[in-house]
Design a protein around this ligand. Sequence first.
Ligand code: KG4
Ligand code: ZN
Length: 338
Amino acid sequence: MLVLGLESSCDETAAAVVEDGTRALSDVVASQVDMHARFGGVVPELASRAHVANIIPVVEEALDRAGVGLDDLGAVAVTQGPGLIGALLVSVQVGKGIAYGRGLPLVGVHHLEGHLSAVYLEPDPPPLPHLALVVSGGHTSLIRVDDHGRLVELGATRDDAAGEAFDKVAKLLGLGYPGGVMIDRLAKSGDPTAVGFPRAMTKKETGYEFSFSGLKTAVLVHVQQHGIPEGQGLADLCASFQDTVVEVLVRKTRQAARDHGLAHVQMCGGVAANSRLRSQMSAAGAEDGFRVHVPPPRRCTDNAAMIAAAGFYRLRRGAHSNLSLAADSALPLPAAIG
Ligand code: KG4
Ligand code: ZN
């Protein structure tokens, strides 16, 4: 079955056609990064307006590239939430329009369930159950994926998400938006041991919870005391910050894999594109005996193929939405479990 996926929860307008939840026939993303960059972050009203302008051409391109028409589709999947409400509304309304116009089933998808489903588009996806580390701009969670849509959140961040920490630190260092990619790039030539930042929530009793706001403040204090370094110093600072985030993410993930006896770990969300996180997690897996599955970087960040894949599995479980489907900026994860 072909599912058209639509995603507009933040600053990417995306549409994709996915076959049977496993094969992306097309995957189109119109990024608004350049527009928001000069404001140092996403401006919600501008995002909504750009989604309105982009969504129809993006859908048309997704159908064209897949070589299919609306009549070939079996269903429409849209991100229902969480995200920016004005942004979410755009693909929810367009999805409803297409579903109504063509008499197709419509399914609302939780954005995180989408990220978790990106890995099923890879040739060798992890078996179920497995452990998932979701690390994006809005979320940092360890989730036990017992089955499609049967998700148990083991722990999450108490404050900032990992991606948020990358973005805020990048802004502080004058590296522009979005910051994760810039820090990743600069850190490659830096010394991760140059600056000793505190690793929060590493005591056993903190379980699988994370905290990154203290680290952000530690970087701020460092910059207030020493100024923003240039050249090698900047690379060292980026590498030290990045390594602190990565070390905590890896430490908690390997603990959870051990505690739950899971031999497969997937990482998803924008920060899963981070080169240091990818290499350190693989090294930990090799040592502890778990296999690491990560989608390619473009499927770690927001896209619609992951939404179409998640939608396919939701439909297969008998879950579907009707035309009263409402975008929900704070949609809780359990509500997405059909
Ligand atoms: O999943 P995503 O595209 O959007 C959300 O659902 O939030 O994640 C975006 C986040 C941003 O915070 C961005 O800075 C971060 O992912 N990111 C990275 C990298 N690429 C994107 N963080 C670290 N290293 C990267 N290479
Ligand atoms: Zn996302």
